[in-house]
Design a protein around this ligand. Sequence first.
Ligand code: KG4
Ligand code: ZN
Length: 395
Amino acid sequence: MRILSIETSCDETSASVVEGNRGMVKILSNIISSQIDIHKKYGGVVPEVAARNHILNIVPVIDEALMAADTDLLPSASFPDKGRHRKGAIDLIAVTGGPGLMSSLLIGAQTAETLAYAWRKPLLVVNHIEGHIYANWLKQVCVYPNPKSQISKPEFPALALIVSGGHTQLVLMRDHLKYKTIGKTRDDAAGEAFDKVAKILGLGYPGGPIISRIAGEYNRMAVREKMEMAQHFYENKIKLPRPMIDSDNFDFSFSGLKTAVLYMVRKIESEVSMLETDKHKPRLQKDVIPAICAEFQQAVTDVLVHKTIKAAKKYKVISVLLAGGVAANNELRTQLEEAVVKELSDNIIFSVPEQKLCTDNAAMVGAAAYYRYEKNPKSAKMAQVGMKINPNWEL
Ligand code: KG4
Ligand code: ZN
């Protein structure tokens, strides 16, 4: 079956066509129009601006997704002018209904609802977090099975670590679409911490990719280069806590880590200003920023990896999945995979979507919709008017 899916929960306008067949979902097109350049001058997403841009983008993005997939909403035979239309009909329309920004969700939802009504297609509303998880079942997914195993898709019971700008949670899945949240953040999400730390360091928005790049460059430097760069007294001072790493639950907390970065920056600044006579020097010497980025990224990674492995052992899962925007982080991907191979039994599958499918996109929504529809076609509704969206929809 072919699914047209739409995602507008935050600042990406995305539409995709996926084809689901015998438990596998293949991406035919996945168009993402990002608004990052618009929002970065405000240092974060402005909901009203995001919604206005979704309105401008949504129709061209859907059109491009249909065109790229060489597909149409109705079978070509339904049109008098067949030559004008593309082959392969859409069987189902899927849209993100939450969690997310109310005004952004509304644009996707109303567009999907209108198309479903006009073209008489069933409409299925998908949870955004479920979408992130199901990016792991997309065919373009890169699965890193244990070298001894050749299994190419996740199996149950599975443990999913979802790390995004709005969520950080560990979810146990005993089967498709069955979720039990066993731990979550008590304050900031991991991605939010990346974004806030980048702001403290004056690096711009969104913080995750920027910190990841700077930390990566720093980690690749030789020790001697690092010493020369960070100078005499900085090296030993750049140590951050690993919040809740030894707590006897699977919850997280990242807000204190962000505050620890802030205090560290202030301390370094005051020590620098005592030493420096030139008042026009940058407040936080840029030489020390890479070391802070690397240490912050490692602190987040340590906590996420430690708790995920602990939970995987406790619940005896056979797959560990990573999902959400922060799953695009190279260090987290590599270190979690290494820990799975080293610390869990031989046949454990580790799965993470390819990087562009970790951040918000509509293909993941299509994948989740396929599994929901397969399980229960009644979960899709015909001619739904006034469908419910929920900015706080929990998994
Ligand atoms: O899943 P997503 O696209 O949107 C939400 O549902 O929130 O995640 C966006 C978050 C942002 O906080 C962004 O900074 C973070 O994912 N992110 C990263 C990386 N790429 C995106 N964090 C760390 N490293 C990355 N490479
Ligand atoms: Zn997301």
